[in-house]
Write a protein that binds this ligand. Structure first.
Ligand code: NAD
Length: 322
């Protein structure tokens, strides 16, 4: 039986990844500060611990593992990442996690490791035109991310690549573009646009109003969790180090995303545009490299994943204890 460690197994993507690896027959150890919030973990073994602590990292990597997936990070949606209020924590916490995990893996000779970077590392100057952003992998340099979160991701990509070169580790790096789906954070300030919009639509009475940050004409693409995991597993099984985009190429404005959620909910709502943290003006995944290297790219329409996510969030909103 192959063995894997998932760091960040209490989080949104990590908890789904644990389930997927188990389904594939892996023995899985999960690690996180917390258990998954919305469903029980399917990990065989779960260590609740702080990966900023090198001793915890040594405890986690105390035996041979075939694969390591590093998804733990101090992160959240625009309300957490783009206000500037959490910059020091984001940079300090996530850098320490990545440094410690790499060091512990290298001590144990654990050679096959996945790192989750983000599209937030792309330079701001290539994402000013909402209808024509450039997020091709080779456009990363000269670097100019618009957030400290993006700078940390870029820095950590480089540490993973350096460990790969100097210690013969098989590093695999994906740059995720807005992953969403059920069991993701949907309230409390760390939620991202699809979950926040689904929640607002679910909470609003038909004919009411929901608030949207900015003019809503900023563009993004959103990838459903199942396709994200398919990409991660294919990348791990390939011989391509990356970094490679794992994202959807179906670009929409935030206003269009809100209208899609309303259609799914069967509600007619007005949009009220208010000031708020926004991030770059336009962003879309560029899937030419993933198609070339993995012979695969995500293809599911946004509406399908959004319908499943809306149904789950509407259920959460309806729960009386919440
Ligand atoms: P998440 O916040 O749900 O999961 C991250 C997990 O890391 C959390 O459960 C958190 O408790 C854990 N963690 C944080 N600090 C820790 C520490 N010191 N020790 C142990 N665990 C710690 O986020 P997610 O959406 O599942 O994202 C997973 C990874 O993918 C992150 O690295 C994130 O930056 C990256 N990413 C996600 C998206 C997205 O759209 N969700 C986009 C780009 C990149």
């Amino acid at each position: 039986m192959k063995k894997a460690v998932v760091c960040g197994a209490g989080g949104f993507i990590g908890s789904h990844l644990v389930t997927r690896l188990r389904r594939e027959g892996y023995w899985v150890r999960g690690v996180d500060l917390k258990f998954p919030e919305y469903s029980a973990t399917s990990a065989h073994d779960f260590i609740r611990g702080d990966l900023r602590d090198p001793l915890i990292c040594r405890e986690v990597f105390d035996q041979p593992f075939d694969q390591v997936y590093q998804l733990a990070a101090d992160m959240g949606g625009a309300g957490y990442v783009f206000t500037g209020l959490n910059d020091a924590d984001i940079m300090h916490n996530s850098s320490l996690i990545n440094l410690n995990v790499l060091e512990a893996c290298q001590r144990r000779n654990l050679g096959h490791i996945f790192y989750s970077s983000s599209a937030c590392m792309y330079p701001e100057h290539n994402q000013l035109d909402p209808s024509n952003p450039n997020c091709a992998e080779e456009s990363a340099y000269p670097a100019d991310p618009d957030s400290e979160y993006g700078w940390e991701k870029l820095f950590s990509e480089r540490i993973y690549l350096a460990f790969g070169r100097n210690y013969g580790m098989q590093v695999r790096i994906a740059r995720f573009h807005n992953i969403f789906g059920p069991d993701g954070t949907w309230t409390g300030g760390k939620e991202k646009a699809p979950a926040a919009i689904c929640r607002k639509v679910a909470e609003a009475a038909d004919g009411g109003t929901i608030e949207i940050w900015g003019d809503g004409e900023q563009t993004r693409s959103f990838l459903y969790i199942d396709e994200c995991l398919e990409g991660v597993r294919r990348l791990m099984d390939s011989d391509w180090t990356g970094p490679v985009n794992i994202g959807s190429e179906e670009m929409v404005t935030i206003n269009q995303l809100a209208k899609m959620a309303m259609t799914i909910a069967g509600k007619t709502l007005s949009l009220k545009h208010i000031p708020g943290p926004l991030g770059v003006r336009g962003r879309n995944s560029d899937n030419r490299l993933i198609r070339q290297k993995l012979n695969w790219a995500p293809s599911q329409p946004l509406e399908e994943g959004l319908a499943r996510t809306y149904a789950w969030i509407a259920g959460q909103v309806a729960e009386p204890q919440r």
